[in-house]
Every structure is written in C-alpha cells, then in structure tokens.
Design a binder for this molecule. Sequence first.
Ligand SMILES: Nc1nc2c(ncn2[C@@H]2O[C@H](COP(=O)(O)OP(=O)(O)O)[C@@H](O)[C@H]2O)c(=O)[nH]1
Ligand SMILES: [Mg+2]
Length: 233
Amino acid sequence: MSIEKSTKAARGTAQCENTNINLLKANDFVADIIKKEMAKTNTLLVNITSSAGSGKTTLMQKTAEKLKNKLNIAVMVGDLETERDAERIRETGIQALQIVTGGICHLEAQMIHQVLDQFDLPNIDLLFIENVGNLVCPASFDLGEDYRVTLMATTEGDDKPKKYPRMFLTSDMMLVSKSDLLPYLPFSVEAVTKDAREVNHELEVIQISSLTEEGIDKWCDWLVEKVKQKQQV
Ligand SMILES: Nc1nc2c(ncn2[C@@H]2O[C@H](COP(=O)(O)OP(=O)(O)O)[C@@H](O)[C@H]2O)c(=O)[nH]1
Ligand SMILES: [Mg+2]
C-alpha cells in the first residue's frame, strides 16, 4: 500500500473509532435513563444474550410457563427480521414485543427506550430482553439491564468463553444450555466453566435444559430472588 493510501486508511480507522466511541457514549446515556425508569417501577430487567440458536426463545417460553403465575413477566425480543420469536413467546400467554433491527447485529439502548411505553411497567416484575443472537456486538451495548445472562449451548463447543471474552466478562450468569445433549457431544462443562471464570471470576453458572427441565427450577429461583431484591430497594 502507498504511504498516501495507508495514511487515508489510518485516518478512516481513527474516524471509525471516534464514531464508535461517540455511539457507545450516546448508548450509555440512554441506558442510564432506562435504569432510572426501571428503578421507579422496581422492574427487574434481564438481558439474555448468546449465539443464534443457543435456546434463548425456548428458555423464555419455559420460564414464562414456570413463573407466569408467580410474577408478571414480559419480553422484548430483537432479531434482524421477522416476528417469529415474539409469536412463540406470546403463545405462553405473556406479553412479547418484537424489535426488528433491519440488519443491525445487536440491540441498542435507544431501541429499548423507544418501546418501553408499550409495557405497563408498574405492573411488570420481570422484563426480559432477548438480544440478537451473536456473542460479539451485543457485548458492547449496555441496555440498562440489572443482569446480563449468556447462554452457552453444548452444541457450540466448550472453547467459546476465551474466544469471545467480552461477552463473558460483562455477564453475571452463564447458562450452559441444551445439557440433555451432553451424552452425545464432546463438550466439557468443567472446561467451559473454568475458561469462563478465568475471564470473569464472579460469573455464576447453571447447567440447564429446556427439554428435560434440568436446572430450570434453579434458574427460576435465581430470578425470583433477584426480583425480590429489586422490590425491596
Ligand atoms: N436439545 C435441546 N434443544 C433445544 C433446547 N433449547 C432449545 N433447543 C432447540 O434449539 C433450537 C434453537 O432454539 P431457540 O430457542 O430458537 O434459540 P435462539 O435462537 O437462541 O432463540 C430449536 O430447534 C430448539 O428447539 C434444549 O434445552 N435442548
Ligand atoms: Mg430467539
């Protein structure tokens, strides 16, 4: 590459970095507004992240089934296209709103804030955000959540926490999902937990299966406890 070209490329990169920094600053400003809104109504906000297909929507359905008689639950779900996940979640009888990002690979705080008035927040104990499926971009965007929970499916391979450290560093909980498939896969729960805790030593870990319900009660108890804590504040 010529000096002129490489200087131009370097300037381009610097501009991109500045744009990214400004974008993230703007995002954090709105995330703070969301936090304040949630504090007013004592609504627990949980951001669910993972790769595509790790079982987020199935877990939302299972969680709604288990907890809807105990807590008022609602979900907002982000995807690049279609209403499919919101339709699946609505079948359980709870409110679910689809946010179609139109190609954007993550949800931003502004997208959440824009739809908040469609929820009766004073009557919602637990609001989930099912983020767009990938372990990269959603890691950088604070959505004002109280907790970030990342699903790590047994079908993805147990080497992901060190490859995508930011997601695991910024999460409070890792759910090792699809545990019913463990007998058929070369996946070590011990190894994935060790790697994830080397990235984030405070990370909580629960092994779950939405199919056999392994770990689902433990997950639901965790949620109920966090809702209680939020409502005591
Ligand atoms: N074996 C197994 N399959 C699951 C489990 N949870 C979800 N799946 C399947 O994994 C696929 C993707 O699930 P989905 O909930 O749509 O994942 P999402 O893209 O993360 O929302 C679907 O075919 C589900 O039926 C589980 O606990 N065990
Ligand atoms: Mg989904």
